[in-house]
Ligand binder design. Structure first.
Ligand SMILES: *[C@@H]1O[C@H](CO)[C@@H](O)[C@H](O)[C@H]1NC(C)=O
Ligand SMILES: *[C@@H]1O[C@H](CO)[C@@H](O)[C@H](O)[C@H]1NC(C)=O
Ligand SMILES: *[C@@H]1O[C@H](CO)[C@@H](O)[C@H](O)[C@H]1NC(C)=O
Ligand SMILES: *[C@@H]1O[C@H](CO)[C@@H](O)[C@H](O)[C@H]1NC(C)=O
Ligand SMILES: *[C@@H]1O[C@H](CO)[C@@H](O)[C@H](O)[C@H]1NC(C)=O
Ligand SMILES: *[C@@H]1O[C@H](CO)[C@@H](O)[C@H](O)[C@H]1NC(C)=O
Ligand SMILES: *[C@@H]1O[C@H](CO)[C@@H](O)[C@H](O)[C@H]1NC(C)=O
Ligand SMILES: *[C@@H]1O[C@H](CO)[C@@H](O)[C@H](O)[C@H]1NC(C)=O
Length: 666
């Protein structure tokens, strides 16, 4: 009798619940998540449930066919064009930490695992590729990157009385925790837990740089405001294993505190889905007729941090110029090498204006802060080197891997090239404004920039032979005969080359000369590069060229105490996105060539971002006579000097700039 009553009661309750909110009766795995999202859209404090995200992700069964296809595309792309495939099998040089990986073999071996879910399979590919520690190589399936996971607090590392500690940088929910020391995370020593997480990040071959990236610091936004740059330990884009994190704190007056913080989970896409099937069709499978849309940005006004030791004298979208309180040191902070409007020529003029302002202020020394700079345009990077060192050639030698497929790409792209002897005049913009010398110089610069831009990376007429300073005339000459043993594998590479039109930068300098171009008085010994090690790609090109070719000294900030730290990461050579590769192969007719069908990577059937390193750059012989055959990506280059943060400098970089000026620039 009693149990009948219970069943009846539950039934009635279920029916009422169903009538009240039909959505809540949805027991489709992604349906529950869809309901969470509908609620979260109405309330920006609301979080999607961790267990609902996980259930949705795990609702897609492993599909062996899809897995084989995905691996095939990855393998064929990497075997055809990934320049580090062989060298990645070598043990790291001292100072770096990563695992030597035979990527093709390990991708294959994933297929012999008995996966239950697509999520586990894709996550394993992501982790494997991230383990390569080449930040230009990335595999990011959209399906599992639709959410952002936020602890609503952030961490930093300070060295106090010779002891390295983790502290709370900011806390949205409880201001009383700020600057408390975090002794333990999930019951283990905090540094150990952060190191374990940081070592999964792909962003550097140097563990100390990964540690910095996991923690928070400050950076400048477009407007020139100093705001937090959140560390990836406390704000993530992959589903964390647990739904919350437990912190043990030691605060002022030795008071202890322990609390658990749930991940606040919000969607990054506003596309509507109601079921797992919808979710799969929208986010996971490739469908060009569906565009992912962003939700309305939350209008949280970021906290703006203040600096005590400087005043700003000029700003561009990617660079800020300051004069320090010593009245004799200028600072340039370069946060990116990619102007947000894509207007490179304008940015070149703007950067000059910035340096001119520093000159006008009479500064004698320069601190070049390249922290947190992910890179961007190599052209703009080289221009910045030229601005400060116009008399030296900032080119480093490059090469690409020669495979059956890339060889054919060189032949086909070159046979279709228009570049051997002339430039494409249709690219010259009309001269509309002759009202001033500056506007004519701008037009000339625009023209030089556009007509000399490299078209296909496989067009060998875009390159010249640095040994004889002449461009390559035949594909055979470009390919040459260069087989090196790397990672135990004999691998063929092209002849070393530099961009044929890199002298177009010299051309710029001339065009911009007269009233527009200044030769500055600053010498290399008047400058120092300061970074947190995350100065990547073309930022690394600037830093390494200045440090190696121009003898500018370097200071790295943060990392693990008493362990040297790199001043830059992932120099690479050139990155190519998979879509760009396929577009290139299509244009030159390789996709249509039946005899190559077995070598051509088939298109993905999932929605994914995939990119890889196409070119590698070589070190130069310098005073220490380093090996010219060293690939920069694999050479450990620690900074000469080292600073650590404290409670003040973590939020006020001007304190470190002044310290660098006082201690290292005299
Ligand atoms: C620490 O203790 C001192 C003296 O007992 C007290 O004045 C101060 O307010 C305490 N600080 C905090 C943050 O509790
Ligand atoms: C989801 O449900 C809503 C309301 O019932 C409907 O308007 C929408 O078309 C559905 N979306 C999909 C992708 O089926
Ligand atoms: C792609 O999306 C459109 C619009 O939702 C849909 O009609 C079509 O069936 C989808 N294509 C595939 C291959 O699923
Ligand atoms: C720098 O210049 C300002 C204003 O001219 C002056 O107030 C300040 O004392 C100077 N600082 C130093 C260290 O000379
Ligand atoms: C022409 O150039 C001058 C100076 O650079 C500028 O002030 C003016 O706005 C420009 N005119 C047009 C039509 O772009
Ligand atoms: C390429 O170089 C190797 C060793 O340096 C040499 O034995 C071989 O004959 C060369 N091949 C050609 C085609 O020049
Ligand atoms: C490089 O810079 C260091 C420190 O400023 C200086 O001691 C050294 O002589 C310089 N070397 C060259 C080759 O200019
Ligand atoms: C297809 O590729 C082969 C080399 O693999 C080449 O010899 C042939 O000319 C190509 N065919 C066309 C139509 O481009």
């Amino acid at each position: 009798m009693k149990s009948t009553f219970n069943i009846l009661y539950i039934l009635i309750f279920a029916i009422i619940a169903f009538l009240l909110d039909p959505c809540d009766a949805n027991d489709d795995a992604c349906g529950r998540l869809a309901n969470d999202i509908k609620r979260s859209n109405k309330d920006s404090y609301f979080s999607v449930k961790h267990s609902d995200v996980q259930a949705c992700f795990e609702s897609f069964p492993y599909d062996k066919n899809l897995a084989q296809k995905t691996i095939e595309t990855l393998k064929k792309t990497l075997q055809g064009f990934y320049v580090y495939l062989s060298e990645a099998k070598e043990q790291p040089r001292q100072g770096f930490s990563f695992r030597a990986i035979d990527l093709v073999k390990e991708l294959d071996s994933l297929l012999s695992n008995n996966y239950k879910t697509d999520y586990q399979f894709m996550t394993d590919i992501v982790s494997l590729i991230d383990e390569m520690k080449d930040n230009h190589l990335k595999f990011r399936p959209a399906c599992y990157l639709i959410f952002i996971y936020n602890q609503q607090l952030s961490l930093y590392s300070a060295v106090n009385n010779d002891k390295q500690v983790i502290k709370i940088f900011a806390d949205e929910l409880d201001k009383n925790t700020i600057d408390c020391e975090v002794t333990h995370i999930d019951g283990r020593p905090s540094i150990e837990v952060i190191k374990e997480f940081a070592d999964t990040l792909p962003i550097s071959r140097d563990s100390g740089v990964r540690f910095n990236f996991a923690l928070s610091g400050v950076t400048f936004n477009k407007n020139g405001d100093l705001i937090e740059s959140p560390g990836s330990f406390t704000i993530r884009n992959q589903l964390p294993k647990q739904s919350s994190v437990e912190y043990a704190l030691k605060c002022a007056n030795d008071t202890s505190k322990k609390f658990t913080r749930e991940w606040k989970i919000r969607p990054l896409a506003s596309n509507i889905f109601n079921t797992s099937k919808d979710y799969w069709n929208t986010f996971c499978q490739l469908n060009n007729s569906i565009e992912l849309t962003s939700p309305n940005a939350e209008t949280v006004v970021p906290k703006i941090y203040k600096m005590s030791e400087c005043k700003m004298v000029y700003k561009t979208p990617i660079a800020k110029f300051f004069v320090l309180s010593d009245n004799k040191t200028g600072v340039i902070v370069l946060t990116s090498v990619l102007p947000p409007d894509g207007n490179f020529v304008n940015e070149m003029f703007e950067l000059q204006n910035g340096f001119n302002s520093l000159e006008k202020e009479g500064v004698k020394k320069l601190v070049l802060d390249f922290s947190g700079n992910p890179g961007g345009s190599l052209e703009l990077a080289l221009f910045i080197v030229y601005l400060l060192f116009p008399e030296t050639d900032p080119s480093f030698n490059l090469d690409m891997v020669v495979t059956e497929l890339s060889r054919e790409a060189f032949f086909q792209a070159t046979s279709q090239s228009v570049h051997e002897d002339f430039i494409d005049a249709s690219l010259i913009p009309p001269l509309v404004n002759i009202s001033s010398k500056e506007s004519i110089a701008r037009w000339a610069a625009e023209t030089a920039y556009s007509v000399t831009a490299i078209g296909s990376p496989f067009d060998i007429f875009s390159y010249k032979n640095p040994a004889i300073n002449d461009h390559f005339h035949t594909v055979k000459e470009f390919i040459g005969n260069n087989t090196y043993l790397r990672g135990g594998t004999s691998t063929q590479y092209t002849s070393k080359f530099v961009n044929r039109y890199s002298e177009r930068l010299n051309l710029f300098i001339e065009l911009l000369s007269g009233n527009f171009f200044n030769k500055y008085e600053w010498k290399s010994e008047d400058m120092i590069i300061l970074t947190d090690g995350y100065c990547g790609s073309s930022c690394s090109s600037i830093a390494q060229r200045m440090a190696i070719k121009n003898n500018v000294s370097t200071v790295a900030v943060g990392g693990y105490k008493d362990t040297p730290l790199s001043y830059s990461s992932f120099p690479g050579g050139q990155v190519l996105e998979f879509e760009e590769l396929i577009a290139e192969l299509d244009v030159v007719g390789l996709l249509q060539n039946e005899t190559l069908a077995d070598l051509i990577p088939p298109p993905f059937s999932i929605r994914v971002i995939f990119g890889f390193t196409l070119k590698e750059a070589y070190d130069v012989v310098n005073k220490d006579n380093v090996n010219q055959e060293d690939v920069l990506e694999f050479v450990y280059k620690p900074a000469e000097h080292r600073f650590y943060h404290d409670e003040i400098s973590a939020r006020d970089p001007s304190v470190l700039w002044l310290k660098a000026a006082k201690e290292l620039l005299n």
